[in-house]
Write a protein that binds this ligand. Sequence first.
Ligand code: BG6
Length: 478
Amino acid sequence: IPVDPFDLVIFGGTGDLARRKILPGLFRRYCSGQMPETAQIVGAARSDMDDAGYREMVAEAIREFGGGRACEDGTLDAFLARVGYVAVDAKGEGGWADLKGRLRDDAVRAFYFSVAPSLFGDIAERLQSFGLATPASRIVVEKPFGNDLATAQALNATLARHFDEHQIYRIDHYLGKETVQNLMAVRFGNMLFEPLWNAQYVDHIQITVAETVGVGGRGSYYDKSGAMRDMVQNHLMQLLCLIAMEPPARFEPDAVRDEKLKVIRALDPVDPHHIVRGQYEASAGDGGYREHAENPRSTTESFVALKCHVSNWRWAGTPFYLRTGKRLRARTSEIVVVFKDAPHSIFGAESGRHRNVLAIRLQPNEGMTLDVTIKEPGPGGMRLVDVPLDMTFAKALGPEAADVPDAYERLIMDVIRGNQTLFMRGDEVEAAWAWTDPIIAGWQKRGEVPKPYESGSSGPEDALMLMHRDGRKWRDIR
Ligand code: BG6
């Protein structure tokens, strides 16, 4: 379904995110027919460039990062005709009047702040003072949204001086992933799961976001951040919220975000013994974290595993284990719900231990499996075996289902539609920092150094122990 005509201004339009994600994403939406012919995209940045120069850059970015969706010949040229560029000075006067002249009164107006957060205030202020923003305009901001609670509050306050909360779209691109939304469909669209979705039936939940890449190229940003700020405070906590939240009354922005916020606020402080930090070592032919971060004494973590508790009626006593890291064995993001043992085995102790396990795989091979216990076929008596009911989308729904839109594509279209459901509200971001800040402060206070782990492994040994101690086991990263 095509969205309304829009003018989208991308501040930082020549930057990495614009080239890798935003522009190729818009192009793919154009190819799919969702972007109306009357849409307009304006890159805005410091560099002196004209429309033609920018179009060339955009074409190159699409060729490099466009991803294989087939588009008809000539589509790229038609898309580029919708693209323009204005050089603006974020801290001065230059370019703003020109930019204003490009915007139409009868189109949805959105401003994407794909720039360092230190510029958010300057740009927001100029959008108002030069008369570019209207009460219906939207702004889109990216992580890092602050570095801790205080900086996040300051950023929220800065934006709030110029825009209402309903105009602010804070992107967490994990919320745009197809399977993440499917998680809500599975929970709230089926009768089967929700009655069992609580501490009485769920033994524990695991959330793993494992990456094979290191921090090469982003070392200077990453070294000040670490896995806790870069991944846990946002992506993993958002996943935790969607798994743990109460059913919202409606699939509407504030109904969903109110429930997510309650989960964050119900999180207990984490016991320092329940967290493991790691840092990857050099591997054959490649440097370790410290070389990549160009900081030989860095104590920043490239891996975190932790156990936490959502202290409310639904989840009292069910631990949540979270784990994320760089340079691990495989690129896998998975949420695993491990149900409790059946209360009594009529088949006797020899039949072994069998549990239902629902694994929701975010990437790659998006889909779900549910381990179900059945009788092993054959005459060997009542031997039990666990087999997965496989709901890999590509298998169940055909190959087109595997060709899901990238998270950015979906989220940008949601901005144009004016739907904030998959965006973080200011209070959510602040609550998440309020939970992670004491953890990070504790590491600093105790002078903790992360445990080294081998590149291509599952992380430090201690992370395995975190679950072994509880008589549980991480699902393999594969
Ligand atoms: C980003 C982090 O937000 O998410 C990166 O800053 C990380 O460090 C990335 O690599 C992972 O995203 P995805 O979509 O590749 O899982």
